[in-house]
Write a protein that binds this ligand. Sequence first.
Ligand code: F6R
Length: 242
Amino acid sequence: MQLRIFKDYPALSDAVASEIVELAKSNPEAVFCFASGDTPRMAFTMLAAKAREEQVSFDRCTFIGLDEWVGIPPENEGSCHSFLHTTVFKSLHISPNKIHLFNAMSNELFKQCETMDKLIRDIGGIDLMVVGIGMNGHIGFNEPGIPFDKYSHVANLDETTQSVGQKYFKQNSSLKQGITVGLQHLMEAREVILMANGAKKAPIIKKAVEGEVNNDVPASIMQLHEQGWVMVDEEAASLLED
Ligand code: F6R
């Protein structure tokens, strides 16, 4: 794992957008797996502008959605589905057959996990994951206590995730479960960027980066990834040593 600290959120977002563009330039068939949430929003907005300016095509790339809230329909603005369509897929003109998202409305969520695992296997793995970190140290919906060697699964969301998650929704929503790509996928991804910004993420970033590696803080798995980049702004880095 390597740590990169940026002056502020726009500088961090710009750097992440550039990493994505550079990968698409060097590998036009790259497989991306993206988180939703507040953290990557600006990077994804910048990505669309950069792709246009540099005339980089994402047509042959594949996009996998990291996770989804179980029982939240895709048209709900708070869904991961809606976020990724609005911030990434529409602006990059990605064709639907290149987009793979969990159907969290399915009655057979286990099958959704199997399908996702097979897809990732058949496509030859993920080239770049861009993820955030929850206030409880989760990545995707890999909640505290999750074994590091799990692939896609349905998670019971802990109280922090349920309450913090309300910020994405206009109306109070029931957020009991999530469906997510697993930490074993993260370890097998060729490159992973974990982004964090703002002072509120400083305590959990300190635990993830400098604490013991264990599944009480799932994001501490980043310390084990040889091509893992923890990219943070100065505020999120403010509790780190030196
Ligand atoms: C969302 C996701 C979550 C978020 C995390 C941080 O797809 O995977 O793990 O990355 O909860 O959320 P924000 O970025 O809103 O602080």
